[in-house]
Design a protein. Structure first.
Length: 69
């Protein structure tokens, strides 16, 4: 992902999130974590095939009512 704020602050302007990073952030690995990672990866490739997605400019919406867990 492109990270404009990181570039502005003198850090890397491109961030790479691997499956290992996602496992560290979630604290474990399971089929749900793996599935969510793969869905996100394929969705970003489909939506931004010619360019890097910009962190913070991605919005996810779902149809239907919210269900309280």
């Amino acid at each position: 992902m492109s990270e404009p704020l990181g570039g502005l602050l003198g850090s890397e302007s491109i961030s790479v999130f691997s499956f290992g990073d996602v496992v560290k952030l979630s604290g474990h690995s399971c089929p749900t974590v793996a599935g969510a990672y793969l869905m996100t990866l394929y969705a970003l490739k489909a939506l931004h095939s010619d360019e890097l997605p910009i962190r913070g400019n991605i919005k996810v919406e779902m149809k239907g009512k919210k269900v309280k867990a």
